[in-house]
Design a protein. Structure first.
Length: 247
């Protein structure tokens, strides 16, 4: 008799495969998940930046955004070919920029599945350094990392109503071991769903002993990718990638 956990895992994979069969071939076939009270609250903030149409590389430094600002990107999109390998960047630069929220539309690439993993490793959907960041309803497709928190300052983040698919590296890269929440989201094809593995380039090294990442009401497809970091292809990385160091 199969264990209940294995039955549940089989059901989750089957559901994810059905969802994947719908396909995401082009931008017009995608539907943003943005909606509900969290989205409305973000758009009702006193300071809202509105983005529309196709964007190039969009970088905002912390001093460009007041604390508690909202970003309305419901009718904006980023295609990696025109927006660089880092299309959406929120950089920490001292002062301002905490508790920023974004209501998103789409970030995607048209790179073929045969693209080497080393190339995917340098491609990011969203790169975030600000504390208290929240993303609602973003659609991210066919990228290396989906959402990457790339600083000690990017703590207490929230990913809500986000749909990622065909993510060839980490769906969520949290290598600085910050606290965060993944909620009501669909991670539909991740080489690694969640990474929290520090590296020697970090100074100081992260200490995640007092940090917590909560994942709830979220469906994850840990999907084998055609190009891999190591081992046989197609293959996956770990389901959750943690540091093996005691720091």
């Amino acid at each position: 008799m199969r264990r209940p956990a294995k039955v549940l895992a089989a059901v989750l994979v089957a559901v994810a495969m059905i969802l994947a069969s719908v396909g995401c071939a082009d931008k017009t076939s995608w539907t943003s998940a943005a909606g509900g009270p969290d989205t409305a609250a973000c758009l009702a903030r006193s300071d809202v930046v509105t983005l529309t149409g196709e964007q190039g590389k969009w970088t905002s430094r912390a001093e460009d955004l007041p604390d508690g600002a909202g970003i309305d990107a419901r009718t904006a999109w980023w295609h990696r070919a025109s927006a660089s390998d880092h299309p959406f960047v929120l950089k920490e630069a001292g002062g301002g920029g905490s508790d920023v929220c974004v209501v998103g539309d789409e970030i995607y690439s048209s790179l073929p599945d045969s693209t080497p993993w080393e190339r995917w490793h340098d491609i990011y959907g969203m790169t975030i350094e600000l504390p208290g960041f929240t993303v609602n309803g973003m659609r991210i497709h066919n990228m290396g990392d989906g959402i990457s928190f790339t600083s000690h300052t990017a703590d207490n983040w929230t990913i809500r109503d986000v749909h990622m698919s065909e993510i060839h590296d980490d769906c969520v890269e949290n290598d600085y071991a910050n606290s965060g929440l993944i909620e009501d989201s669909l991670l539909e094809g991740c080489y690694v769903p969640l990474s929290a593995e520090g590296g020697d380039w970090m100074d100081p090294l992260p200490n995640g002993l007092d940090e917590r990442v909560t994942v709830r009401d979220t469906l994850i497809w840990h999907k084998p990718m055609p190009t891999v970091y190591k081992g046989a292809a197609p293959g996956t990385g770990p389901l959750f990638k943690w540091s093996d160091r005691p720091e």
